[in-house]
Design a protein around this ligand. Sequence first.
Ligand code: PLP
Length: 380
Amino acid sequence: MAVYFDNAATTPLDPDVLDAMLPFMREHFGNPSSIHGHGRKVRAAIENARKTIAHLINAAPAEISFTSGGTEGDNYAAFGSIRTLGLRHAVTSKLEHHAVLHTLQALEKTGDITLSYVQHDEQGRLDLAHLDELLKANGRSFVSLMHANNEIGNLNDIATIGDICQEHKAIFHTDTVQTMGHYQHDVQQLKNHFLVGSAHKFHGPKGVGFLYRRPGEQVSPLIHGGSQERNVRAGTENVYGIVGLAKALEIACRDMDAHHRHIQTLKDRFIARLTAEIDDVQFNGLSALADQSLYTVLSVSLPPSANSEMLLFNLDINRVSVSGGSACSSGADAGSHVLRALGCDPQRGAIRFSMSKYNTAEEVDYAVEQLAKMYRKVPA
Ligand code: PLP
């Protein structure tokens, strides 16, 4: 049996998404900027995709810009708003994805901003009173705090963060890469100025995503050239990617409740079986708490006897694909900045199981069995 439990890294393409994309690889090849019939056909598909996505998050089509994925959307939100509005201070947390952390650190290095980090406890819960203090003490700021953490699954309370940001007139971006297509996002309810999606995290194609931008929020272009995407992102559009992105989000939102239930059942099974099979198994962050963590992610902390790299290697030999990441920071293993920030024991191995609608209970049992046998004592 070969099993794939690395869906937070990327998900398999849904066959219905591929079917929607194929005509735009075969017969509909026109350039969407061309005004003739071949071009107009393709332009219409892009604008339909924009409408579909806008509708699914309760936005207007003009508020959606297509990007190459989550990283680019995070960069647009940060560079675009900090440079356009001349903001001098930004707030994030040490638990953010590098797409946010390294982007803000680059802006700090060039002297555009000073950067503050919201404190958190050892389980990764953000200290929102500290966020409030940081915003009170500094001028108008850019805030980037993710919805769900891609390594440990912690869900942040983006509604309350939005309220705090609004009180201090901060620009609030939230990285929703791991939750888009897995939770409903209604931009009329949220106070976010920006949020992002990346198709390959919800059974769409790689290399395509979108940025939502609240009306009135201008962002300066990162890519200069033609007037595509209302002058924000030049270059001929990734047409079949965009068509696939919209189809994938449509399916994900349509089937969300059923998938949520199915995947949470798998996660519960993982937790129960791992706890029964391996002594001293623990879960990083809030990963094991159903109401405070992303249902697709389970971050497991394993007893100190084994090292994380060997765990992954052994699982891989047994055809179980997962992600690892210990808190180690020496040698070739740069380790996980998230687990380090939580103060996790560097001697303990860490494995992230991340699930999708295609996984089954049998696959959970198989993966647990492969992991558990590495911890079983060989009979004398
Ligand atoms: N943000 C988060 C939370 C992610 O998990 C990822 C991808 O793993 C990204 C951003 C980057 O997205 P992309 O691969 O589409 O650039």
